[in-house]
Design a binder for this molecule. Sequence first.
Ligand SMILES: C[S@@+](CC[C@H](N)C(=O)[O-])C[C@H]1O[C@@H](n2cnc3c(N)ncnc32)[C@H](O)[C@@H]1O
Length: 210
Amino acid sequence: MKNLIKRLFNHFGYELCRLSPEEHLSLDDQLRFNYKEAQIYRALTASGQISMEEARYLFELVRESDPSRPIIEVGTLYGASTLVMCLAKHPGQTLYAVDNFSWNSLGISSAIHRAATKKRLEECIQHFGVKLIEQPAARFYAEYDDAPPALYFCDADHSYEAVKQDIAWAKARNSTIICGDDYEPQHTGVVRAVDEVGGPSALHGGLWRL
Ligand SMILES: C[S@@+](CC[C@H](N)C(=O)[O-])C[C@H]1O[C@@H](n2cnc3c(N)ncnc32)[C@H](O)[C@@H]1O
């Protein structure tokens, strides 16, 4: 019976929806939301993105970078850190934004996550030298044949092994500035991998620089 009702709704272009308990938790409990408002609220307040303190420091680092060489970001998510770097960099400087769309904080599919991020970065891609690389970091590393990065920003897989490999690659490619996000107690893998190569020389929020 439930399936029949569902199919009938779908046939006429409707969908029966209800917020999950986790979705409820991400809302403001002082307010009443309809389904559409709840999803828009969740999208506009999605977690996993760079904070203002971190963004301001990242902006400074990009300003310090050599504009004749590329910037590499691994871990783009919805493009928040990409937008900060795109604003700070020389318009002609290439910014490789690498993401395999394997994780997001909203629980949306990889295909929709990819499409939304691409749309959000559309102007940066068309006019400001941003190249969205839709593949795993390891494949990007293996195929990279551009100049030594002026700045490498690490914010993808936060496991110890992955961050260790990210930093090793950035160093092997003679990146001038090596930085990343989430040097915080809850990200033990990031802290361990960064500490093993000498620890942060500067830290703003969770934004570290070697
Ligand atoms: C913490 S989020 C990045 C946040 C983003 N830099 C910001 O500040 O808005 C991590 C991102 O890394 C991506 N990711 C995870 N593992 C990856 C891998 N092996 N290669 C490429 N991207 C990966 C996820 O899909 C996710 O979008």
